[in-house]
Design a binder for this molecule. Structure first.
Ligand code: GDP
Length: 334
């Protein structure tokens, strides 16, 4: 078994094409849930969903979120209604007291569905309604995700990092906002002062995650702050990584990031915005996979290949490099 850790872009890209290298049934993926929001009463788990849709082969691979060729009739009607009523279309947080009442998993990230600030496709929404319905019936997020895997024909175990709430809150010069407001609505524009993982002190990885972390671990090219940060903020998660072989794939080529706000967030949290900064953020990583054009000198074993991901062949190539790095650190992949 080998376990992958995922946000919503890098690891799903890496896993596309991984099946010839790592048997999917024996290669669980642990997904970040710090990005999750409750929107209009339904729980949306962007990183879990990208993995589910990618593995179920329905992902929109232009955007790396949502379902390919989905319609957006409900979303558009929500905007028509709000416009007609003169309702503001920015993210509309529910009142403070509502942030901690009701379903615990959605704490500190509850938005009204009025003028929905994140676009949810119609088929995409059906998944969120099903997830939320099953949660309301009393199942855990882990159990619900297993059921959604079945519904989408996904063989790979997809594990939310925790069944407890952890909310990624970005503190900016314009105030605190949930990561999805910062990223989707504000396009990562405000200056970042710090990032908080609200709830992490009281949250724990699930038993399924702890079992998966007994195996060698691969950190795909992820945003170290907002995709890995929520996982690392849980003591038991970090401790598990310290006692198993870990290989990380850089989301940078030296100082050049492939996409997204990883550079800005690393710099704001005291790290260099580069492969060197990623290595510093992952002191428990035993080896790295870097791009062949990345000359960063790390004091840990490095395997180099072309780390540009897109097609299945790319995923397979980088997974072979990951396999080599695992061998270098003596990891037993059974
Ligand atoms: P998020 O949830 O969308 O922030 O996604 P992740 O944390 O999973 O991944 C974001 C990271 O993936 C970014 O920092 C990118 O630099 C990295 N990334 C995106 N495409 C590629 C690629 O083709 N190759 C590599 N090595 N990294 C990539």
């Amino acid at each position: 078994m080998v376990t992958f850790l995922a946000g919503g872009t890098g690891t799903p890209k890496l896993l596309r094409g991984a099946d010839d290298v790592f048997d999917p049934a024996e290669t669980p993926v642990v997904c970040n849930t710090g990005d999750d929001v409750e929107l209009g009463g339904v729980l949306v788990c962007p990183d879990v969903d990208t993995t589910l849709f990618a593995e179920g082969d329905v992902l929109d691979r232009e955007t790396w979120w949502g379902i390919a060729d989905d319609t957006t009739e409900t979303h558009e009607e929500l905007h028509r209604l709000a416009d007609a009523a003169g309702l503001d279309s920015g993210p509309r947080y529910l009142p403070n007291e509502a942030q901690t009442s009701g379903r615990e998993i959605a704490r500190w990230r509850r938005f009204s569905g009025v003028a929905e600030f994140m676009e949810l496709g119609d088929r995409d929404r059906a998944l969120h309604v099903t997830r939320t319905g099953l949660l309301n019936e009393g199942r855990t997020l882990t159990e619900v995700t297993r059921t959604l895997c079945d519904a989408l024909g996904v063989e790979r175990p997809v594990l939310p990092m925790s069944d407890d709430p952890v909310a990624s809150i970005v503190h900016t010069d314009e105030g605190a906002m949930h990561f999805q407001e910062f990223w989707v609505h504000r396009r990562a524009d405000p200056a970042v002062e710090r990032v908080e993982f609200r709830g992490a002190d009281a949250a724990a990885p699930t038993d399924a995650v702890l079992d998966a972390l007994d195996a060698p671990v691969v950190i795909g090219p992820s945003n170290p702050v907002t995709s890995l940060g929520p996982m690392l903020a849980m003591d038991a998660f970090r401790e598990a990584l310290e006692s198993t072989p870990v290989v990380a794939v850089s989301p940078f080529v030296e100082e050049e990031v492939f996409s997204g706000p990883a550079g800005k967030l690393l710099a704001a949290t005291g790290y260099e915005a580069s492969t060197a900064g990623v290595a510093e953020a992952y002191p428990f990583a035993d080896a790295f996979v870097l791009d062949e054009a990345d000359g960063t000198d790390l004091e840990r074993p490095v395997v180099r290949t072309d780390t540009t991901l897109g097609d299945p062949e790319d995923g397979e190539r980088v997974c072979r490099a990951v396999g080599e790095a695992l061998e270098t650190v003596g990891a037993e992949v059974t």
